[in-house]
Write a protein that binds this ligand. Sequence first.
Ligand code: HPA
Length: 275
Amino acid sequence: MPATDPYALAHDAAAQLASLTGRDRHDVAIILGSGWAAAVPELGDPVAQISTTELDGFSAPTVAGHAGTMSSFDIAGHSVLAIMGRVHMYEGRSEHDVVHPVRTAIAAGATTVILTNAAGGLDPTWSPGQAVLISDHLNLTNASPLSGIAPPASAGPRFVDLTDLYAARLREVVRSVEPSLPEGIYAGLRGPHYETPAEIMMLRQMGASLVGMSTVLEAIAARHLGAEILGLSLVTNLAAGVAPAPLNHEEVLEAGAAAAPRLGRLLHATITALP
Ligand code: HPA
């Protein structure tokens, strides 16, 4: 019977991950968002690959572009776990389900968590394919992964400080390999509908320059467990009303597929530059 406590469930999944991959520990985890799966071949040849459904607490994703696999890589002395198969609250999943991959990776040893996503861009000077470093977020999901069951003492207090949630140090590491990358504040909404132009105007007033349906809950859960977080958005479209064209999910996936090899090389170079 899988554990019902989400923290115990993540520990069980991490133990299963270790035995299925033959690796005791992964120190870097990458969560790959919509369209980012095609970046994975740039990370090299995986030393192990499993289906996420082999681990407790993971169920098959329902969204096109989110295959449920985990691959383990050796990159410049780091053991890197690439997780494809994010789940979202709009699939009817709980906030604990959404952050289970991140909690599992941290239970497996990850101290650096790289969260990637596809996002709408609010900056009209950006084009689809632009990569942006997340400097901060607006959690507009009306949810927290720290609600509900009290975390175990080992996890730290649930009233967690989110100042510098997206580590400035890691943004500098990325800039050392790609100096031109812009930064932006990511607004995380529940979706699955895209926003109205009026909502985009509101988000811009609030300081956002990226909008999407993931990442914010995972970042909170990862920080709560003490990991350092790097957030990377791929702008797949200009947000509603910023450009005249209507939005669709195929466009998001196509922009991801086109940009993915470049993003994969960026991830590889970033991990290589990590201390
Ligand atoms: N809005 C919300 N989520 C998204 C978008 C968008 O424009 N593009 C990709 N994910």
